[in-house]
Ligand binder design. Structure first.
Ligand SMILES: Cc1cc2nc3c(=O)[nH]c(=O)nc-3n(C[C@H](O)[C@H](O)[C@H](O)COP(=O)(O)O)c2cc1C
Length: 192
């Protein structure tokens, strides 16, 4: 069983993302989405500088997002084929709810940028945990749109980076496990 909400520990032990293309309605309502994002704000952050931001892309803006992605893609790849362009539209229309998460390092801060970026990743993980705690599934994608300057400019400023497109909804089909690392390959005890 995935995303078993019977206890906090079981939820963490069974956490599984959804594939954004398989996420359908219902997604969180406005109050639930606010709860999810408020959980993301409770993330470890050296210096209390909140080096992350979240931009909600509502359903009535998905068409505009698809247009943005298409224009940006064609500008970068003038020879783009029909399927490539269609994949941009498919990307923009996935799942009922979409939040764009930005790593937003504070200019001039004495906190190393690396630490600020780590905090952005942790904030997204918290966002996903809150999503699953409410009974939905989330999926974290970067893909081509996260690394294009025109797309970044549409969501943030030059010093910011799109850390992910976070899609949220209800899985249309049963979740499946993916390979997980072996404990002993990852965990060791320091003995020098
Ligand atoms: C920073 C980041 C970017 C990701 N981008 C993509 C992506 O563009 N496409 C993709 O298929 N999976 C991507 N993933 C992987 C999925 O979000 C997801 O983590 C993966 O399916 C593992 O599922 P799990 O959350 O159940 O462990 C990304 C993960 C991270 C952490």
């Amino acid at each position: 069983m995935f995303n078993d909400r019977s206890t906090p520990l079981s939820l963490l032990q069974t956490r599984r993302s959804g594939k954004p293309r398989d996420l359908i309605a219902p997604g969180p309502d406005d109050a639930e989405l606010r709860q999810i994002l408020e959980v993301a704000l409770r993330t470890p952050d050296h210096g209390k500088i909140a080096p992350w931001r979240f931009v909600i892309v509502p359903q009535n803006k998905r068409h505009a997002l698809a247009g943005l992605l298409e224009r940006a893609y064609r500008a970068e790849k003038p020879d783009a084929g029909r399927l490539e362009v269609e994949s941009m539209h498919q990307f923009a229309h996935q799942a009922p709810t979409l939040v764009v998460a930005l790593s937003s390092p504070v200019p001039g801060s004495k906190i190393p940028v690396w630490e600020q970026q780590l905090s952005a990743g942790a904030a997204i993980m918290n966002l996903l945990h809150a999503t699953h705690a409410l009974g939905y599934a989330g999926g974290w994608l970067t893909g081509w749109p996260s690394f294009n300057g025109d797309v970044r400019d549409a969501f943030g400023q030059a010093h910011e980076t799109i850390a992910g497109f976070i899609f949220i909804g209800t899985p249309a089909k049963p979740l499946e496990e993916r390979p997980r690392p072996e404990y002993d390959d990852i965990v060791s005890t320091w003995d020098r």
